[in-house]
Each structure stands twice: as C-alpha cells, then as structure tokens.
Design a protein around this ligand. Structure first.
Ligand SMILES: *[C@@H]1O[C@H](CO)[C@@H](O)[C@H](O)[C@H]1NC(C)=O
Ligand SMILES: *[C@@H]1O[C@H](CO)[C@@H](O)[C@H](O)[C@H]1NC(C)=O
Ligand SMILES: *[C@@H]1O[C@H](CO)[C@@H](O)[C@H](O)[C@H]1NC(C)=O
Ligand SMILES: *[C@@H]1O[C@H](CO)[C@@H](O)[C@H](O)[C@H]1NC(C)=O
Ligand SMILES: *[C@@H]1O[C@H](CO)[C@@H](O)[C@H](O)[C@H]1NC(C)=O
Ligand SMILES: *[C@@H]1O[C@H](CO)[C@@H](O)[C@H](O)[C@H]1NC(C)=O
Length: 316
C-alpha cells in the first residue's frame, strides 16, 4: 500500500507545478468607481489558489468594440481562498488604473505586488486577512488618489507607505475596522489625511522587518488546504484515491474473513478426521477382538473335534 500513497503525493506536487501559471476568465462591464468615475472592468472570481501566481492568458467576451487595451480596472473576488496577488496582469491589460481585490486570505503585502501598474490610482484591498503592509507598496505607483484597506486585520503599516505619494492629490484613505486603527478620510481633506497618516505611524508602527510567520508560508492546515485542496481535479483525485483505498481495505477485511472461514472449516475437517480415525481404530480393535474371538473359537472347535474323535465312544 505504500507505493500508491507516495505516488499520490507526487501527483499532488506535480499538480501545483502544472498550475504555476493560469488563465483568468473575465466578465467585462462598465463600472463606476468613486473619485475616478467610469471604468471598463474585468471582473473575475475564478483565480486558481495554488502557489502559482502568474497570469498567462485572459479569456472572456469583450463588450462591442472593446479590447484588452480598453480595460482600466480589474476586480478580483478571491472567494475567501485566494492567497496571493496575481502577477503579469499588465501583459494583457496595459492600462490598468484601478484594482479591487477582496475576500482573500492574503496576510502580507510585501511591496512589489502592484509595481507592474505605474498608472494605478485606485486600490481597494478590503475584507479580511491583511495584517502587514510594506513601505514599498506605492513606490512604483505615484498617482494614487484612492486607497482602501478597510475591514482587514491590519497591525503593521510601513512607516513610509505614503511617502512616495503626493498627499494633496490623495482624495480618500480608508483604514477603518482594523486591529491597530479604525479611521478613514473621504473628502480630500489634506489636513485630515496627514493626521490619519500620523495616526498610522503611531498606532501601527512597522519598519519593514517582516515577521517570519508572514514571510515564510508556515504549513498550517489552512495553508496546506489553500495550496493543495482548491484545485478541484486534485481534490477529486485525492477523494477517488481515498475511496479506492477504503475499497481495498474492505476487500482485505473480506479476504481475512474468508481466510478465517477456511481455517475454521479446516479445523472442523481435522476434527472430523480425528473422529473418523477414532472410529476406524474402534472398528479395528473391535474386529481384532472379533477375529481373536473367532480364532479362539476355532481353536476350541479343533480341540473339541480332536477330543470327540479320540473319545472312546467316538464313532468308528
Ligand atoms: C489542477 O491540477 C491538474 C493536475 O492534477 C492540472 O492538470 C490542472 O491544470 C489544474 N487546474 C488548475 C485550475 O490549476
Ligand atoms: C489566450 O486566450 C485567447 C482568447 O480566449 C485565445 O484565443 C488564445 O489562443 C489564448 N492564448 C494562449 C497562448 O493560450
Ligand atoms: C511576466 O512578465 C514579465 C514582463 O513581461 C516577463 O519578463 C516574465 O517572464 C513574465 N512571467 C511569466 C511567468 O510569464
Ligand atoms: C481570514 O480571516 C477569517 C475571518 O476572520 C478567518 O476565519 C480565517 O481563518 C482567516 N484565514 C487565514 C488564512 O488566516
Ligand atoms: C502635488 O499635487 C498638487 C496638486 O495636484 C500640485 O500642485 C503639487 O505641485 C504636487 N506636488 C508635487 C511635489 O508633485
Ligand atoms: C479637515 O480636517 C480637519 C481635521 O480633521 C478639520 O479640522 C477641518 O475642519 C477639515 N476641513 C474641512 C474643510 O472639512
């Protein structure tokens, strides 16, 4: 049984290698965003959740007269399982200025995630597990006007996160419903935004030394599940494997039972043979007795015969 299990694990790892790159399926629509207004957007919810992070093709039907160059926004619904920011979107959509990404399990933004979008103005990274943001996040995206990190679990924000940006251009900054801060500004009030940035530095201090728990993916059950179990074909494969193992196990049990039955039958036969042996012995000894009996009687008869023939009154 050892071989199939190892083989299965090998296949699972292979599956991850295979899905290092992936195709994203877009629904295209016109969407209206605060501050920047109307965008032509790719909405997607089907990003694979393996460790592979590179987009290698984009599919979906464009609205009439539109093509990839018209796409200015990407909206990613991570379905509560997406664990990385997909890379190389810009190879397909070179004019992205807005990114909305939510319902992910991403805990840390290391800083280079959005470097490929120099025109980025709008980032909404809300809902869920984000705890740590690097100072480098906006180094390559100086045009930011809208930043939303609401409803996360933020504890650490790089001291210089906003340093590359022109604060007077910033319109809305959201850090409400987080662990270290609960505040937002949405009316382009520069004084209030500066005050919010100072509050971040005070309450969510972070000098870009990433804690090992977030830099190395610790193989917790959740991580393993995220890495291994979200590819349906792998999941199906593992399920099938489990089923067939249970079947084999059951067969073994049945065979055990059969062998036990045979053993019992053998014992029974042995017992019967023993009984028959005893009977044979009994018969033998009985017949021996009878034979001896017959023999002694014959002897007696012979003796009697001799006696009768030698008797004085014996017939002549
Ligand atoms: C899932 O894994 C299989 C290999 O087991 C691979 O062929 C397939 O492309 C993967 N699918 C996705 C969406 O990653
Ligand atoms: C990428 O997707 C497009 C649109 O579905 C398709 O025509 C094209 O063949 C794909 N390219 C690759 C390399 O898979
Ligand atoms: C991602 O895009 C960059 C820039 O075009 C390219 O150098 C790199 O090879 C791409 N990565 C993959 C895995 O295609
Ligand atoms: C993400 O946050 C949700 C909600 O608090 C929690 O249930 C889940 O365990 C978290 N996931 C990870 C991978 O931390
Ligand atoms: C910041 O933006 C304001 C308003 O757009 C502009 O007047 C100012 O010159 C900018 N500052 C820098 C350093 O670019
Ligand atoms: C801007 O924010 C500051 C600090 O929160 C506040 O005192 C001021 O009244 C605000 N200005 C406007 C025009 O709302």
């Amino acid at each position: 049984m050892k071989f199939p299990i190892l083989f299965a694990i090998f296949l699972i790892f292979q599956g991850i290698e295979i899905s290092n790159s992936f195709t994203i399926n877009c629904d295209y629509w016109i969407y209206s965003l605060p501050i920047i207004g109307s965008v032509y957007e790719c909405y997607t919810t089907n990003i694979p959740t393996s460790s592979g992070i590179t987009v290698t093709n984009v599919t979906g039907t464009h609205l009439d007269g539109k093509n990839n160059n018209d796409v200015t926004s990407v909206q990613i619904n991570g379905n509560w399982i997406l664990s990385f920011v997909p890379r190389n979107f810009s190879n397909f959509f070179p004019n992205i200025k807005a990114i909305l990404i939510y319902y992910t399990t991403i805990e840390t933004l290391f800083g280079d995630e959005f470097d490929e979008f120099p025109q980025l103005e709008f980032l909404a990274f809300y809902y869920f597990n984000l705890t740590t943001i690097s100072s480098k996040l906006f180094e390559k995206t100086p045009k930011m006007v809208y930043v939303d990190f609401g409803y996360n679990m933020i504890e650490r924000v790089g001291h210089d996160l906003f340093t590359p940006l022109n604060v007077t251009q910033l319109q809305s900054v959201y850090f409400h419903n987080n662990r270290c801060i609960n505040r937002y500004v949405q009316n382009g009030n520069t004084t209030a935004i500066i005050s919010l940035i100072n509050e971040l530095r005070e309450k969510c201090p972070f000098n870009d030394e990433f804690p090992s728990t977030t830099t190395t993916t610790s193989l917790t059950t959740t991580t393993i599940k995220n890495l291994f179990c979200t590819n349906e074909s792998i999941e199906d494969f593992v399920c099938d494997l489990k089923d067939s193992m249970i079947e084999v196990q059951q067969n073994l049990v049945t065979k055990d039972e059969k062998i036990e039955g045979l053993e019992n039958k053998l014992l029974e036969l042995q017992a019967q043979i023993q009984i028959k042996d005893q009977k044979i012995e009994e018969i033998q000894s009985e017949s021996r007795e009878k034979f001896e009996n017959v023999e002694s009687r014959m002897q007696w008869l012979e003796e009697e015969l001799l006696r009768l023939t030698t008797h004085p009154c014996a017939c002549k």
